[in-house]
Design a protein around this ligand. Structure first.
Ligand code: DQA
Length: 142
């Protein structure tokens, strides 16, 4: 069964983007570790990134259509602004786990509200790239 790992704006720059906040792992590094973790669990990871809100919404719909086991979603800054993503998560039956590398609650006030998190089954934040692996482990047990 498939697990979608969807990444929003600016996460293509992971590795060089504010590494003191987001760490030095690239999205490819994360994808490699998720593949290794998924294989023995009998899961396949499909990791994608887009800087465009509509792509993320389309991929959430696709996750449901393809009967994905779950979605790991780091929506980047869209987390704090996108009612469209909130509605898409609510609209699909596929369980979605919100992941953030940093802990938005310890940062600027504009990061404290998560429209994405309000619609998700659970949230992992502040644990760096490990958060993606923990989310995959949770999904594998559903
Ligand atoms: C982020 C946190 C967001 O506030 C920020 O806009 C990002 C990355 C994280 O993973 O810590 O782009 O989602």
């Amino acid at each position: 069964q498939i697990v979608f790992v969807l990444n929003g704006p600016n996460l293509n720059l992971l590795g060089t983007r504010e590494p003191d906040i987001y760490g030095s792992d690239t999205l490819d590094d994360i994808a490699g570790r998720l593949d290794d973790l998924a294989r023995p669990l009998g899961l396949t990871v499909d990791l994608r990134q887009s800087n465009h809100e509509g792509h993320l919404i389309d991929w959430l719909h696709e996750a449901q259509a393809r009967e994905a086991r779950g979605v790991i979603l780091n929506a980047g800054a869209l987390t704090h602004t996108s009612i469209g993503l909130h509605d898409a998560i609510k609209a699909v039956r596929t369980p979605v786990v919100e992941v953030h590398l940093s802990n938005p609650h310890t940062r600027e006030a504009f990061r404290h509200r998560s429209y994405v998190g309000m619609a998700c089954k659970g949230t992992i934040a502040g644990l760096g790239a490990l958060g993606y692996e923990l989310a995959l482990q949770a999904i594998s047990r559903w």
